[in-house]
Ligand binder design. Structure first.
Ligand SMILES: *Cc1c(COP(=O)(O)O)cnc(C)c1O
Length: 435
């Protein structure tokens, strides 16, 4: 299948090209040339497969011309090598726990699939690829673990010195081998600027095969379609006749885009709720029709502190090509106070601990449910252990840390520390990667 540029419809590329390129000309996002529509019988058959077979089937709809099914399945097995759990709170309310991967957040799905695909398509060329990326915490960890020990790929991750938590730092700065991490004396914007300068530098461009592991990469998006199908499979048969409602905690809206694609393909989901924190550009847009992004505000659910969601053009495209009314999309903006109250109430009522992003998705769902006879899912995007200090403050509960965190806390931080200076970074790259 080809993918077209939403800003330049004539620009069409294969998956392998789009995977490498990330963005198209004129900063356009790529989008599948068509979204396959499956009949009920086929959907039923897919739902009966295990998660790996199901994912292989779904992704082969997009990739079958470029990768043999058998190889695709092998890659998916490596990428999705952790469980996915629909955790029931009561008979018609459940959390889809997407946070059991190596870095305890749902981004593991998309990034690990992207890493496997980059490895596969690079194998034929045997080029050394250098992936240069900046992180304010979580994405860096997902990228580092996904590409760890992958042949011919070197990873360089910049992050702001002393501006991320020690736990976050240990999760990706202790790996070594092909993963280099650099603490920059500056803030996250400085890190992003250094990356931009590197991509624009002629000497680096000519000598290094630089690549980004950007969140807008189409490979990350299509990987996320798979878990919506898996969630549906885990709904008990006697509940499946009900209206299915899914609440998605959203920042850049990649997760929701994947959910809507699953619906187009044929998964019977009745309603999606776009749950945001007070960075509410989309809820305001849907309620008033005015597109007016405001300055980004820091919140408890910091991975969703986004005021210009970069996947929104893809969501608009999905509604346009299906002739859907944007009113079909529900949206709620949740304050930090509501988030905190939700964490406390959910603990008291269900004895479950939610972290802030998941609490936003729960709270939006609760605000929406008006109808009877629904089956309600809220997405859990991060493990509560990642927010253990905050949770201790409000619930006075200690969280048992998952093994992966316990292990890396003991390891040495291997990061370099550099000033916020492009020439110093450039020299670092030349010294390490140009032989
Ligand atoms: C990135 C992230 C989100 C938001 O996902 P989008 O696809 O950007 O909307 C939500 N929760 C957590 C924990 C995240 O890391």
């Amino acid at each position: 299948m080809k993918f077209y540029n939403l800003n330049e419809h004539k620009e069409k590329k294969n998956f392998s090209q789009v995977l490498q390129q990330g963005l198209g000309t004129n900063q356009g996002l790529f989008f599948p040339e068509y979204l396959p529509k499956l009949n009920n019988k086929t959907i039923e058959n897919i739902l009966n497969l295990n998660f790996i077979d199901k994912s292989s089937y779904i992704l082969s709809l997009f990739l079958k011309k470029e990768i043999k099914l058998k190889i695709l399945k092998k890659k998916i097995k490596k990428a999705f090598n952790f469980p996915l759990i629909l955790n029931f709170f009561n008979t018609n309310l459940a959390c889809l726990e997407l946070f059991h991967g190596p870095t305890l957040a749902f981004k593991d799905f998309g990034v690990r699939f992207m890493a496997q695909m980059i490895e596969f398509f690079n194998k034929k060329k045997q080029n050394k690829i250098i992936i240069l990326t900046a992180t304010s915490g979580d994405t860096g960890a997902a990228v580092a673990h996904a590409f760890y020990n992958i042949k011919n790929i070197e990873i360089v991750i910049l992050y702001p010195y002393k501006k991320i938590s020690i736990l976050q730092e240990k999760l990706f700065c202790t790996l070594g081998n092909n993963i280099k991490t650099i603490a920059i004396e500056g803030n996250f914007d400085d890190c992003q600027n250094l990356i931009k300068q590197s991509f624009n530098d002629q000497e680096l461009k000519q000598n290094l095969n630089l690549n980004s592991a950007n969140s807008i990469n189409i490979s990350r998006l299509i990987a996320q379609i798979c878990y919506y199908f898996e969630a549906f499979s885990q709904i008990p048969l006697d509940q499946r006749g009900k209206k299915i409602i899914i609440s998605v905690p959203s920042g850049n809206f990649g997760n929701l885009t994947a959910g809507l694609m699953a619906k187009v393909i044929g998964l019977p989901i009745n309603k999606f709720i776009a749950a945001t924190n007070i960075n509410d550009t989309i809820p305001r847009y849907l309620h008033t029709g005015c597109w007016k992004p405001k300055k980004t505000i820091s919140t408890l659910s910091n991975a969703m502190d986004v005021s210009i969601p970069n996947n929104w053009p893809r969501i608009k495209e999905i509604f346009k090509i299906n002739n859907w009314d944007l009113n079909l999309l529900e949206s709620k903006s949740i304050t930090d106070l509501e988030t905190k109250k939700t964490i406390i109430n959910v603990f008291n009522k269900y004895k479950s601990i939610l972290e802030p992003h998941t609490a936003v998705s729960f709270c939006a769902l609760k605000k929406y449910i008006l109808e009877k006879d629904t089956f309600n899912i809220f997405l859990g995007t991060a493990h509560p252990a990642k927010f253990k200090d905050y949770i201790y403050d409000i619930l006075h509960k200690k969280i048992i840390l998952p093994k992966i965190l316990v292990n890396c806390i003991k390891k040495e931080n291997l990061s370099y520390k550099l000033p916020n200076n492009f020439l110093v970074l450039k020299n670092f790259l030349i010294k390490n990667y140009i032989i």
